[in-house]
Design a protein around this ligand. Structure first.
Ligand code: ATP
Length: 370
């Protein structure tokens, strides 16, 4: 179980709203989050294990935290809950925090965090993600239940894999059998041929203007909040991105080489403008569906990313959703071709702090934290 709203309100009742500190684990998108928090006038806290983690921040004075909490391991964060709350800390979760702490520790961290921790349950399993995205009207790559049915290129994903590590491509059943580790849990997905776009959105449930998300199901007829497109990236993936330079997949297999999908960096991109209406439609559907996932779901709050492939028929396939800030937003510390239209220099990290600032002044901080 995560944090219920009463507990959150109880924590916040002892917070001094004049001295909120934005806390973040020093990794992933922390430079952007710390920089953005400072731009919005917040005090900042870095949380790290190991002095070498901390040292490199001195190379970025614009993001170097006002205070550090140095730990022997990330699990210790749980023991520091009172310490965090005494300092009016709001933690901004990102992919590394969830990975370092583990999802159940993260859910039990007794400190206010930005966004809805409850959504993690839906994000953390491929099957639940599919249910959610399908409810939101997104098309996804086909899933092949029986490996004997493989009749075209597929990508095999292991359950615990992170950042695409350990995935492999198979062209047919023989290929699959040769490469698969049956000891591990895996999913076989149709390999979608096309260009990848990672769409970074922000959902602000307390804004009443702009592109409003229309509710579905029990929220039909309601306007749920404002959807914003912050930026887009494409990941650099090693070694698949450079694989072709050595020849065909067959040539490479003769050299006993297999493509891998390990994320090493991110590049800024924009999409054909005529694809934007569909991108918004998918994101709107996904947000609307997030409120219907379970009884009393608080839905999506803040940043999320739809990871997509656009085919040569100009159709999107969504292969994953991340329900928090993604590292793909890091190229946009100074804004993006989308966010600049609305307000220059608005990174996703800064947008999070802006949202906290607005909630403080509207006295509704509990509606964007969990
Ligand atoms: P993360 O959690 O870091 O987002 P992950 O380990 O869950 O990553 P995915 O994002 O599912 O992995 O996929 C990793 C990479 O594999 C993608 O960035 C993309 O290049 C490729 N990929 C995933 N699914 C497909 C697909 N159905 N068709 C083609 N390529 C795919």
């Amino acid at each position: 179980m995560g944090v219920d709203i009463k507990t959150l309100q109880n924590w916040l009742s002892s917070y001094d709203y004049e001295s909120i500190t934005i806390g973040v684990v020093a990794s992933h998108s922390s430079l952007q989050i710390l920089h953005g928090a400072r731009q919005e006038g917040f005090r900042t806290l870095g949380i790290a294990v190991g002095e070498n983690r901390r040292k490199y921040y001195s190379a970025f004075p614009g993001a170097d935290p006002d205070e550090w909490l140095m730990l022997d391991n990330y699990d210790e964060m749980l023991d520091y809950a009172d310490w965090f709350r005494e300092r009016n800390v709001i933690i901004i979760p990102h992919g590394s925090l969830v990975e370092y702490l583990g999802s159940s520790n993260f859910k039990n961290l007794e400190v206010p965090t930005f966004g809805n921790r409850g959504i993690l349950h839906w994000e953390s399993s491929r099957e639940r993600q599919r249910k959610w995205l399908a409810m939101g009207g997104c098309s996804m790559p086909k899933v092949i239940d029986d490996p004997h049915d493989i009749d075209g290129p597929v990508i095999v994903k292991y359950a615990g894999a992170k950042g695409g590590e350990g995935y492999f491509i198979a062209r047919d059943y023989r290929d699959f059998k040769r490469n698969v580790n049956i000891e591990e849990e895996f999913t076989i997905q149709e390999y979608v041929l096309g260009c990848r776009y990672y769409l970074h959105f922000f959902f602000d449930p307390i804004a009443e203007d702009g592109y409003q998300v229309e509710g579905i199901g029990k929220n039909s007829g309601k306007k749920l909040g404002r959807l914003e497109l912050m930026s887009m990236d494409r990941r650099d993936e090693s070694n698949v991105d450079e694989f072709y330079k050595l020849g065909s997949l067959r040539d490479l297999r003769e050299m006993s080489l297999e493509p891998s999908f390990v994320v090493t960096g991110n590049q800024p991109v924009v999409i054909r403008e005529s694809l934007l209406p569909r991108a918004f439609e998918m994101a709107e559907g996904t947000v609307a569906a997030s409120f219907e996932l379970e009884e009393n779901s608080r839905g999506m709050i803040g940043s999320f990313c739809l990871e997509t492939i656009v085919t040569d028929k100009l159709e999107f396939r969504v292969f994953e959703i991340s329900a928090r800030i993604v590292a793909g937003s890091n190229p946009f510390v100074g804004g993006s071709p989308y966010s600049d239209i609305n307000e220059p220099f608005m990174s996703t990290g800064r947008r999070i702090s802006r949202s906290i600032k607005k909630a403080i002044s509207n006295n509704c901080l509990d509606s964007i934290l969990s």
